[in-house]
Design a protein around this ligand. Structure first.
Ligand code: SF4
Length: 159
């Protein structure tokens, strides 16, 4: 479908602001998770992808914006950083972000499609996750993404 037509159709959608006034919608008083989408570049181009990521996408989060996100994490009192994409591993500053996030946050989640790890088997990223530096999760296993870090340690100790 043509992207411009889809934007035009959005005008017919009820504004989100009116939706959240609906008292039947359960809302939380807390905001604990800061999700950081570091870009739409991805090694895959899944048909179902809700951010329309793919190998040709050029939208990439800069390090400046990452730094602003980390400052927001500290100032707003979140307790979890959830890094996603696209394939976050393809952002050139991805490793820097994970390292910095782990310095200030005890619960860092990285959503991966796992396929990307087959592209560079020498990458130590998976091993570092196994050591508990951060929680690596298959983005297709949404129900598991909020496993606690301690549980993740136990899972890895059994491997
Ligand atoms: S792997 Fe994930 S981010 Fe990449 S195209 Fe598929 S659904 Fe989108």
């Amino acid at each position: 479908m043509d992207t411009r037509k889809r934007f035009a159709d959005l005008a017919e959608v009820e504004p989100f602001g009116t939706k959240i006034k609906d008292t039947s919608i359960a809302m939380t008083a807390d905001m604990n998770v800061l999700q950081i989408n570091v870009g739409r570049l991805c090694n895959l181009a899944c048909k179902h992808c809700h951010v329309e990521a793919g190998p040709q996408r050029t939208e990439i989060m800069s390090r400046d914006v990452m730094e602003a996100c980390l400052r927001a994490y500290v100032s707003q009192g979140f307790n979890t950083i959830d890094i996603t994409g696209g394939a976050p591993e393809m952002n050139p500053d991805f490793r820097w972000l994970v390292e910095e996030a782990c310095k200030i946050c005890g619960h860092v989640i990285v959503r991966t499609n796992l396929v990307i790890m087959l592209m560079n088997k020498k990458d130590d990223f998976r091993n570092r996750s196994r050591k508990g530096a951060f929680l690596l999760t298959n983005e297709l296993e949404k129900p598991n993404i909020y496993r606690k870090r301690d549980e993740h340690h136990r899972l890895n100790e059994n491997k």
